[in-house]
Design a protein around this ligand. Structure first.
Ligand code: COA
Length: 165
């Protein structure tokens, strides 16, 4: 089930974000940024993001989430135990639908260059690599530059994240 997040979901969202972030990013971003991405840091970030968050539940348990910001699919994170189970596609589609409903025609996301699994996932779902994007991230009072690619996709209300769209 895909549904909007509620305030009492955000602790589980933070736990998943922490586990999945390290799977996708460690070794591909500056070491200082990896060190700053502690469980506590994710718990500090999540409560303010309820309104931007959509979660996926399987058997009553949250297994992944997305967050949107402006015209960006800002976060797509599935618990590593649920990678490859098909949960990520409807989550991504929900984020795309949400941005389309907000009036955006073309949406974007940043993905770390070395995150091959995520890049394959986005490309499978019709996202286009639109070039280099040095992405500035602040953590623990320091600004880091992560080597990213910008991906874009045209979206429409009621669309899906089907391959090739
Ligand atoms: C990105 C993410 C949401 C995708 O969900 P998922 O369930 O893993 O996605 P899928 O399994 O449907 O698709 C991944 C594809 O990459 C492939 N893949 C796996 N490892 C790969 C690698 N090292 N290189 C290239 N492709 C790879 C998979 O085989 C699969 O393709 P297939 O369906 O043709 O077999 C999930 O992996 C995740 O949460 N990762 C950690 C957090 C993260 O990186 N988030 C994205 C931040 S931008």
């Amino acid at each position: 089930m895909i549904r909007p997040a509620r305030p009492d979901d955000m602790a589980v969202v933070a736990d998943i974000w922490h586990r999945a972030w390290h799977v996708g990013h460690a070794g591909h971003v500056p070491e200082g940024l990896t060190a700053a991405r502690t469980l506590e840091a994710f718990h500090a970030r999540t409560p303010a993001r309820v309104a931007d968050t959509t979660v996926a539940e399987v058997d009553g348990k949250i297994v992944g989430f997305t967050m949107v910001a402006g015209d960006e699919v800002e976060q797509v994170f599935v618990d590593p135990r649920s990678h490859g189970t098909g949960v990520a596609a409807p989550l991504l589609a929900a984020a795309e639908d949400r941005l389309a409903a907000a009036g955006h025609d073309v949406v974007w996301l940043a993905v770390v260059v070395g995150n091959a699994r995520a890049r394959a996932f986005y490309e499978k779902h019709g996202w286009r690599d639109a070039g280099d994007l040095p992405y500035e991230v602040s953590a623990g009072g320091t600004t880091y530059v992560s080597p990213c690619r910008r991906y874009e996709k045209a979206v429409s209300i009621g669309g899906t994240s089907a391959p090739g769209r």
